[in-house]
Write a new protein. Structure first.
Length: 102
């Protein structure tokens, strides 16, 4: 399943996007409405690590598949927006790499 750089990028993108949604829509309300800051500490750290992995995976995929600078910037900006992993998935699946790693 995760043999190729492309597959790893897709999975990391989705997991990072879901962690962002959990942070924004669950952990943040727990902190500010219910005075439970531990949720943001745990989910925030997890999301931070996943975001770093996303940026690394984006750099690796961009290098390997010769993605344009414009595409890289677009994917990065989408990663900063809640639910941004959905357009990222649509964009990268429009033109998947022609050759897959074995």
């Amino acid at each position: 399943m995760l043999e190729s750089t492309f597959s790893r990028f897709r999975v990391i993108s989705i997991v990072e996007g879901i962690s962002y949604l959990i942070l924004v829509f669950i952990a943040m309300p727990l902190k500010y409405i219910f005075d439970y800051p531990l949720a943001v500490k745990i989910v925030g750290m997890t999301h931070g690590i996943l975001f770093i992995l996303f940026v690394l995976a984006l750099a690796l995929a961009a290098s390997k598949y010769k993605w344009s600078l414009g595409l890289n910037i677009k994917l990065f900006i989408y990663s900063l927006i809640p639910f941004g992993f959905i357009p990222i998935e649509k964009i990268i699946m429009k033109n998947p790499p022609k050759t897959q790693e074995i």
